[in-house]
Design a protein around this ligand. Structure first.
Ligand SMILES: [Zn+2]
Length: 292
């Protein structure tokens, strides 16, 4: 009898505990859910070949020790025209080109890529207005527009395709590029607040052309727009994630901390909003091949 009572109390405690987790995290049942399998623990990039296709998952994690407070000599606000001196050649080489890129016909130059935003959780949970969320994400994409190799200076032209309150990240190819929020958990259902965002992308092996990209922001961390210390800046993290869409890998060497494509994120940072030489040069290299 005692044993049964103990079990009942245990189950009640467990239920209460899980309710507390759900309440404090504020994640409702309506939230989109994303599971990061336990075997991916500690990984920042997972590559899953599936026949003629490859799925790649980037998992962005927090590291508040990697904070850049001031990097004026590194700020670089536009495409390299080939004439500006580099304050530090070293930073020009801070990039890692991925194995895929957008491939469209010459008539689609620049390569137009549409994206849809589902801001519903950000509006409800972080009390942000839809235009503010949309604007922050648009700015993140805009950072990559027009960046590309000489002489065409063409890589990708990201085009806003509207808000959808039903659009969600898909594990399969649905030909819809979606930016949304979801509760990111491990295989046991536990929240993972060390994960900031996850980007899912699919490309075909024949020409390494991208087919589908989705980015999910984790609702177990707090989001804002340049709102300081305890929040993640939507535009800052978005700009980084859309660098993956554009064809760049993370870089983790701490000497490249100021780069947009530096793999860790810290609370309150906004410096990833601005591309550095290495980010720009990486796109120039990635799209340096002739258009097909
Ligand atoms: Zn990343």
């Amino acid at each position: 009898m005692k044993k049964i009572a103990f079990v009942v109390v245990g189950v009640l405690a467990l239920l209460l505990f899980s309710n507390v987790i759900v309440l404090t995290a504020g994640a409702s049942d309506d939230d989109e859910k994303v599971v990061i399998p336990n075997e991916w623990h500690g990984k920042n990039k997972v590559v899953i070949p599936q026949g003629d296709l490859v799925q790649v998952v980037y998992i962005k994690r927090t590291d508040d020790s990697a904070v850049v407070t001031n990097d004026p000599t590194l700020v670089y606000d536009g495409p390299w025209t080939g004439t500006e001196p580099f304050p530090n050649q070293h930073y020009y080489n801070g990039y890692d080109v991925a194995d895929w890129h957008w491939v469209l016909s010459k008539s689609q130059n620049p390569r137009g890529v549409k994206y849809v935003i589902n801001p519903s959780t950000a509006i409800i949970k972080y009390r942000l207005t839809p235009p503010a969320v949309v604007n922050a994400i648009q700015n993140g994409f805009q950072a990559w527009n027009g960046v590309g190799p000489k002489p065409t200076r063409s890589s990708v032209l990201y085009t806003y395709d509207g808000v959808s309150f039903t659009a969600r990240h898909s594990d399969r190819i649905d030909n819809k590029n979606v930016v949304s929020w979801a509760s990111i958990r491990d295989s046991n259902g536990n929240p993972d607040p060390n994960v900031v965002a996850v980007s899912y992308m699919w490309y075909r092996t024949s020409d390494h052309g991208l087919l589908d990209c989705d980015t999910v922001f984790n609702t177990f961390v707090t989001w804002g727009i340049n709102s300081g210390g305890s929040t993640f800046d939507i535009q800052d993290i978005g700009t980084h994630e859309f660098g993956h869409w554009t064809g760049l890998n993370d870089i983790y060497d701490s000497q490249y901390t100021p780069m947009t494509m530096y793999g860790y994120a810290s609370h309150g940072e906004v410096y990833k909003r601005t591309l550095e030489q290495g980010d720009i040069h990486g796109v120039e290299v990635a799209y340096g091949m002739p258009l097909t």
